[in-house]
Design a protein around this ligand. Structure first.
Ligand code: TMP
Length: 211
């Protein structure tokens, strides 16, 4: 049986490191797993992601932004996630539909019902079995990400990023059975152990195999 695990969080929360750590751990345990990310993960998705992140000054409207994220998602779900789940793999995805609710819904202020409905269509109704939120105050995450080359989201003001964080916490509170909220200020090792403990339980619950 397959399992769909997503990672969420604001800028600089350490998701990417943790998705890779989990992928390596599963592989070491002999559990078939794949790792992907949003936006992107497919040839078309990577082209859309480049626009979304780097088209500074193109005046992309919030609705256009929403549709572009969901276009990238539709392709990823059809081309990669669904086939991987059908082959009995654990799919780890660095961001998924909850990012759109947090960023385009809570952050940009688009109607939440509309965002959810378009997300559902793009994801073919697919929902994660487990979502891990690496929670961190916006200022800390942005500082951790540094002042290097900044994409459109990194450049948004602190008020935007604070709304995104609050949105994530609301989503997690609405569905506690699906979400695991982790304080991202802990060490990488501590965080990866918490994640592994939870994933083991989820694997058992989904009787993928006993670990
Ligand atoms: P990342 O590769 O650093 O995670 O960058 C993706 C950026 O896109 C990040 O700032 C969050 C944002 N994003 C949205 O605004 N909506 C979405 O649906 C997704 C998947 C990402």
């Amino acid at each position: 049986m397959s399992l769909f695990i997503t990672f969420e969080g604001g800028e600089g929360c350490g998701k990417t490191v943790q998705t890779r750590a989990l992928y390596r751990r599963l592989t070491r345990e002999g559990i078939p797993a794949v790792l992907t990310h949003e936006p992107g993960g497919t040839v078309i998705g990577e082209k859309i992601a480049r626009w979304l992140k780097w088209a500074h000054g193109a005046g992309i409207s919030p609705l256009t932004e929403l549709l572009m994220f969901d276009a990238s998602r539709a392709q990823l779900v059809e081309e990669f996630i669904q086939p991987s789940l059908k082959h009995g793999k654990v799919v780890i995805c660095d961001r998924f539909a909850d990012s759109t609710i947090a960023y385009q819904g809570y952050g940009r202020g688009l109607d939440l019902q509309m965002v959810r409905s378009i997300n559902d269509t793009a994801a073919h109704g697919l929902k994660p079995d487990l979502t891990i939120l690496l929670d961190s105050p916006a200022e800390i995450g942005l500082a951790r990400k540094g002042k290097g080359k900044q994409d459109r989201f990194h450049q948004a003001d602190i008020a935007f990023h604070t709304k995104v964080r609050q949105g994530y916490l609301k989503l997690a509170a609405e569905e506690p059975a699906r979400w695991l909220v982790i304080d991202a200020s802990q060490s990488k090792k501590e965080i990866s152990e918490i994640i592994w403990g939870k994933v083991r339980l989820s694997l058992r619950a989904h009787s993928l195999r006993s670990v």
